[in-house]
Design a protein around this ligand. Structure first.
Ligand SMILES: C[S@@+](CC[C@H](N)C(=O)[O-])C[C@H]1O[C@@H](n2cnc3c(N)ncnc32)[C@H](O)[C@@H]1O
Length: 326
């Protein structure tokens, strides 16, 4: 943890300032120590360079959800030049360059691939938060050389941040929460006036076949050992990849884009097999996944009182939404 992070943190229980206790440190990086609340005296450990704001109790389903994502991000922990293509594709009309000089929060940062880019593209400060132990530890390793980037372990429902973010984004996270809209509201509360939020969630439109015929198997695959999921999804990914190469790609070249999942498959064709395998695995493992209609997702933004709301379909089967706090 770098010292600068302290001014953005507060006690998640009572919102008061925290005091840093650590051994004398060499340089700016605090590896071990504690953060103590000046009012309620609660103490939060700093371990392996990461401040940990773990809730006292987590529902079994939530624990399983994040532990499984932790495994995924330990497996797919290495960053790649293609992460920029991914990040730009999610952000759509929001240029990555617009993050420069802003105070940014990556809510559910996984292994930190987008967090690192936020830092590299000149955010004044970019903070990544995630609940999974292995997510934050990999995110920390992937970003520790960037002076403007920080990583925190916490639950989206009990965030340890003072209000004041210019830009908050959450990519592929809210639809894995028990109460997704409540999680979204927690993020909106942290925006400063005129601050902007961006979220990407699974869409129901364009995923009708998937939701009806494949997602029901998730109640089984989310209970299987992760090594077995890795093996089974490798086979499924190889079959789909063959289909992409034999059918989708040639049709795409001819300008025929009518088959289901066309845009989605061609997007992954550009990223490569490993990204696609990761995504198929990511769909199979979590106990909690939700799919949204445009009106449902859009209502989150209006009920949160956001202005300049725009909801755009991505890859014909998901939603990117943005809005501004008044
Ligand atoms: C599908 S991953 C997306 C990660 C990253 N945004 C990306 O696109 O690479 C979902 C992430 O959300 C995190 N997550 C799930 N529930 C959470 C919660 N209640 N609080 C914080 N993070 C959570 C998981 O640990 C996981 O890293």
């Amino acid at each position: 943890m770098k010292r600068e992070l302290l001014s953005y943190l507060c006690c998640p229980a009572c919102n008061c300032d925290l005091t840093l206790h650590s051994d004398p440190i060499d340089g700016n990086e605090i590896e071990e120590g504690a953060l103590q609340c000046s009012r309620c005296s609660k103490s939060y450990e700093i371990r392996k360079g990461i401040p940990r704001f773990l809730p006292a109790k987590l529902a079994e389903e939530v624990r399983r959800n994040v532990d499984r994502f932790g495994y995924e991000w330990a497996w797919l922990s290495s960053t790649s030049a293609k992460n920029e293509l991914e990040f730009r594709s999610y952000l759509g009309e929001i240029p990555l360059e617009s993050l420069a000089t802003r105070v940014v929060l990556d809510a559910g940062c996984g292994m930190g691939k987008f967090l690192a880019l936020s830092g590299r593209y000149g955010a004044k400060v970019a903070i990544g938060v995630d609940l999974a132990e292995q997510s934050v530890e990999n995110a920390y390793q992937n970003t520790r050389s960037l002076e403007n980037v920080h990583v925190v372990q916490a639950d989206l429902y009990h965030l340890p941040f003072k209000c004041g973010f210019d830009f908050i984004y959450s990519i592929g996270v809210l639809h894995h929460l028990i109460k997704p809209e409540a999680g979204f509201r927690k993020l909106v509360e942290l925006l400063k006036e005129e601050g902007e939020i961006f979220a990407w969630v699974y869409g129901r439109e364009g995923n009708e076949i998937y939701v009806r015929f494949l997602d029901p198997f998730r109640s089984l695959t989310s209970r299987l050992p992760l090594w077995l999921n890795k093996f089974l999804t490798a086979i499924l990914t190889a079959l789909l990849w063959t289909l992409i190469l034999a059918v989708y790609r040639p049709l795409d070249r001819l300008g025929i884009r009518k088959l289901p999942f066309h845009d989605y498959f061609i997007y992954f064709y550009r990223l490569g097999f490993r990204f696609f395998w990761g995504t198929v695995f990511d769909k199979a493992i979590p106990p909690i996944s939700n799919y949204y209609r445009k009106e449902e997702f859009s209502a989150w933004f209006s009920r949160a009182g956001l202005s300049k709301v725009s909801i755009v379909q991505r890859n014909s089967n998901s939603w990117s939404g943005r809005g501004r706090r008044l």
